[in-house]
Design a protein around this ligand. Structure first.
Ligand code: NOJ
Length: 595
């Protein structure tokens, strides 16, 4: 863009000089000044992102994920917004984190809370304006906080101009921006839709007598990545935000973008689901092209949701020598937890396997929660009165002492719990509402469904952030868009800030520990006491420094059999007020030793 502007202006100067007219010469000089100024501004913005000499800053990052709709409402409409986030940046800074991942804030009709984008270069009205965004970004950078934006380009909203044109006629130039199947070919081969009432990913559109593909809801048509124009549109959108100075992209559902568009018949047993849906033959070509067009030109963090079908896929996506992305985001870890609990052995195996895949090259994200999962402590810990605080501290110790970039979902630093929703009217989630409809139509067990949703549904983690114990938890002066967790009277930021033993105060200590000990970022990970079903024990080692981490994942006392003599070990951190060196761990105890 800058180069283009410069070329234009040089042409303009030559033209004016040829005219030999003093007024035009003056115009030419002004022209040059304006050009240099705008070039300088663009370079300065990029410099903000690139002047950090550390091209791998994202390895040291601790990512704090903000669900903007639920974080802080500044104008009383019941919906969180950008000015709300800006007003809370000092709180975020006080946590010690240095990177924010923001769920989508682009214009959207909000079928899927922003994951249905109708204009990629604008801000959702409920969230504010572009000026609010610029102001927020500036305020983040002033505090040394980087911003990673969600990029939702497997699909757009059906209200996006591209789709409106695409669906208007078979011969429209935008027709090929999406996947269409003309009805005279018969019904398209079945594809499952994740959010559709009928589980059908093909929607018939009578205007052009054709079906369009939507892996998610009918309002989220899939973009056709085989069309080079679509890819160029996306790169141009990415540059638009990168030129504003943002620091990275989290690419939503990206593996679905590359699909087998011959749409082979789907196996009846659903086996090998991903092969038919995603990670198509061109996935790595697209990523390489994107890297060449965008990532290579800026200093951006890049992470795609999902990490492929195999460790090899994941590795290929983030192997620096291949020039694709810089960080993998694998789901196996969160996938371990089931409604009836999980096996710690499975949990350890998953994290150890993933660590080994990136032991020499590549980099992994470490997370146990996000806006698509139930609350961290309710799912992986114990949210009973007796154990909520201690188990939440233990889980955050895990997240912040593993190798990889930790992602913390907003509210988990407070030990927020599941929402306690019981009725379908409590929910907003398009996936839940459509599945409920589906079960109703097909005679499914609605009560059973709601019971399991109470434990597992993603709206559990989307309740408003509790800032204090005043009305509506200090989130809004209006009517909140979704119910507030009734336990906000005790679980809230203001109360926890005052309490040295709160989840929040402990969370800040673990972050500090990670910052003070580079061994926790780059150090080698070694699993100990592998078959212990209660304790997760591992060491981290770098340049002669070795830390031992012991985590009791259970509600009863457990023993770690690491064979390590702790008598000379120095205790760096523990989640109980007073600790012993007995090797016995109290319920959900977390200990970090320097050996
Ligand atoms: C993954 C996102 O995390 C989720 O919230 C969204 O519903 C789907 N992708 C569709 O965009």
């Amino acid at each position: 863009m800058v180069k283009e502007a410069l070329v234009n202006q040089i042409v303009c100067i030559i033209y004016n000089s040829i005219m030999f007219n003093p007024i035009n010469r003056l115009a030419a000089i002004l022209c040059l000044l304006v050009t240099f100024n705008s070039c300088k501004q663009a370079t300065d913005k990029n410099a903000q992102a690139t002047n950090t000499t550390d091209k791998q800053w994202w390895k040291k990052a601790v990512v704090y994920q903000i669900y903007p709709r639920s974080f802080k409402d500044s104008n009383g409409d019941g919906v969180g917004d950008l000015n709300g986030i800006t007003s809370k940046l000092d709180y975020i800074k006080s946590l010690g984190i240095n990177t924010i991942w923001l769920n989508p804030v682009y214009s959207s009709p909000n079928t899927d809370n922003g994951y249905d984008v109708s204009d990629y270069r604008n801000i959702m009205k409920e969230f504010g304006t572009m000026a609010d965004f610029d102001n927020m970004l500036k305020a983040m950078h002033e505090r040394g906080i980087k911003l990673v934006m969600d990029l939702v380009v497997n699909h757009s909203s059906n209200e996006h101009e591209w789709f409106k044109k695409s669906s208007s006629s078979r011969s429209n130039p935008y027709r090929n921006y999406y996947h269409w199947w003309n009805a005279e070919r018969g019904k398209p081969p079945y594809r499952y839709s994740l959010f559709d009432v009928n589980h059908d990913a093909w929607k018939y559109d009578s205007l052009t007598n054709a079906y369009y593909l939507h892996y998610f809801s009918v309002q989220q048509p899939d973009l056709n990545w085989e069309n080079p124009k679509v890819r160029q549109e996306v790169y141009s959108i990415m540059k638009f935000w990168a030129d504003k100075g943002i620091d990275g992209f989290r690419m939503d559902a990206y593996q679905f973008a590359a699909k087998d568009t011959t749409f082979p018949k789907f196996p009846v047993n659903g086996q090998n689901f991903m092969k038919y849906y995603a990670i198509g033959p061109h996935l790595h070509d697209y990523l390489k092209e994107m890297n060449h067009e965008v990532y290579s030109k800026y200093n951006l963090m890049s992470v795609a949701e999902g990490a492929g079908n195999s460790l090899q896929d994941a590795h290929d996506m983030v192997d620096a020598d291949r020039h694709e992305l810089n960080m993998a985001y694998a789901f196996d870890g969160v996938g371990v937890a089931q409604a009836n609990g999980y096996s710690l052995i499975d949990f350890k195996n998953v994290f150890s396997r993933w660590d080994s895949a990136f032991a020499k090259k590549g980099w992994l994200s470490i997370f146990l929660a996000n806006h698509d999962q139930a609350r961290l402590v309710s799912r992986f810990g114990n949210d009973s009165e007796a154990f909520r605080v201690i188990s939440s501290k233990m889980l955050n110790t895990f997240l912040l002492t593993m190798r990889g970039t930790p992602y913390v979902y907003n509210g988990d630093e407070l030990g927020m719990t599941n929402a306690g929703f019981t009725k379908v009217s409590d929910y907003n989630d398009v996936a839940l509402l459509n599945e409920y409809q589906h079960l109703k139509q097909t005679g499914g067990d609605l009560n059973k469904y709601l019971q399991s949703a109470g434990k597992e549904n993603r709206d559990n983690s989307r309740t408003p952030f509790p800032w204090n114990n005043s009305t509506n938890a200090g989130f809004t002066t209006g009517k909140p868009w979704i119910g507030i967790n009734p336990n906000y009277k005790t679980i809230n930021a203001a109360a926890e800030e005052k309490d040295p033993n709160s989840c929040l105060s402990y969370f800040k200590k673990v972050i500090r520990l990670r910052k003070d000990n580079p061994v926790l970022v780059d150090g080698k990970y070694t699993l100990l006491d592998k078959s212990n079903p209660e304790v997760y024990a591992y060491t981290r080692e770098l340049n002669g420094k070795k830390l031992l981490i012991l985590l009791n994942f259970k509600s009863k006392t457990a023993t770690a059999n690491t064979g390590i003599d702790l008598s000379k070990a120095k205790l760096l951190l523990g989640n109980y007020p007073a600790t012993t060196k007995s090797g016995k761990l109290r319920p959900y105890e977390a200990l970090v030793y320097q050996l």
